[in-house]
Design a protein around this ligand. Structure first.
Ligand code: UDP
Length: 328
């Protein structure tokens, strides 16, 4: 019995594949390699194709004994989702619909879906709990929220059980230092900060220091990518035990300001990373911190990497040895 990882060549997906293999699971990856990297897949069987292509889905499900699916295959650039929302709705929603149709046709009953804290939009409470209102402020978050709703109807109609995992700020890299974050267009804070000591960027721009926070910069909850991976496997196993569909937040429950992240990166790299305050980035909520109590309790999830220093240290191990990502 195998687990199918859709989008297994991406940042979080590749850490998922590694974690499943480490746990002795049989893994099949399906990826269209539009943003993912073949070198990021450390093992298992690999199929190249798009979720919107029924033929490749049928082939993957026919040739393998797939018991559960973990779906990471999506576009995830918030800024791009605002300028080209249809690209996001088409890929992120149609892709998952096509996957669910194939699951229905092939009698696969379990799916763990990669969702996001962006489903909440501007939070009404901190820490954020799963029952808080969802009002996405960007098309990326909206595309993920739409899929969560589609999953609910597929559960009631076809008995496909799902777990949607709403990640906060995924960060860090595999302990081996062999796989890590490698986006063609990098927008995330930690990899951008680490480009400064790698001499790929002169300074890091801090997007606004006039927020209503202690030092005026935005606060986020950073969660290690391998801790995200472990939560997905626990979610698959929970569904296989016959438990009901659920939505869980995944974060560390601790917030760090942009300035604090820069300071920890200076300590980890032992470099004086230059930073400059610039304009706010449109659509950034001031504070996003998860309550992951539900995941900790119901999934028996125990995040291992709960210090920001360890998280940034693991990212540094990857970036300093792979300054060009997977490119030679
Ligand atoms: N940020 C920043 N400079 C950058 C990139 C990001 O100040 O070059 C800030 C951003 O405004 C946010 C935080 O860092 O408050 C985390 O941003 P990221 O894009 O990593 O994740 P997001 O919270 O948007 O998912």
């Amino acid at each position: 019995m195998a687990i199918l990882v859709c989008g297994g060549a991406g940042y979080i997906g590749s850490h998922m594949v590694a974690h499943l293999l480490e746990q002795g699971k049989e893994v099949v990856t399906l990826d269209n390699f539009c943003t993912g990297h073949r070198e990021a897949i450390v093992g298992g069987k690999v199929y190249e194709g798009d979720l919107r292509d029924k033929a490749i889905l049928n082939k993957t499900f026919t040739e393998n004994n797939i018991e559960a699916v973990i779906d990471f295959a999506a576009y995830s650039l918030v800024g791009e989702s605002m300028s080209d929302p249809l690209k996001y709705f088409n890929n992120n929603i149609s892709g998952t619909i096509s996957l669910l149709e194939a699951m229905k046709d092939h009698g696969v009953k379990y799916i763990v879906f990669s969702s996001t804290a962006a489903t909440y939009g501007e939070p009404e409470n901190i820490p954020i709990i799963e029952d808080d209102k969802t009002f996405p402020t960007n098309a990326y978050g909206e595309s993920k929220l739409c899929v969560e709703k589609i999953l609910k109807w597929c559960d009631s109609a076809y008995g496909i059980k799902y777990t949607a995992l709403r990640y906060f700020n995924a960060a860090g890299a595999h302990e081996s230092g062999n796989i890590g974050e490698a986006h063609n267009t990098e927008t995330h804070l930690i990899p951008l900060i680490l480009q400064v000591p790698l001499n790929k960027r002169e300074k890091i721009m801090i997007y606004g220091d006039d927020y209503n926070t202690e030092d005026g910069t935005c606060i986020r909850d950073y969660i290690h990518v391998s801790d995200l991976a472990s939560a997905h496997l626990l979610a698959v196993e929970r569904l296989m035990r016959g438990e009901e569909s659920r939505i869980y937040n995944l974060g560390n429950g601790k917030g760090f300001s942009v300035k604090e992240v820069v300071e920890v990166a200076r300590k980890v790299t032992e470099e004086d990373i230059k930073a400059e305050i610039s304009e706010r980035r449109p659509g950034d909520p001031s504070v996003l911190i998860a309550s992951s109590d539900k995941a900790i309790k119901e999934l028996n999830w125990k995040p291992k990497f709960n210090s920001l220093e360890t998280i940034i240290g693991s990212a540094w191990k990857w970036h300093s040895t792979h300054p060009n990502g997977y490119n030679k």
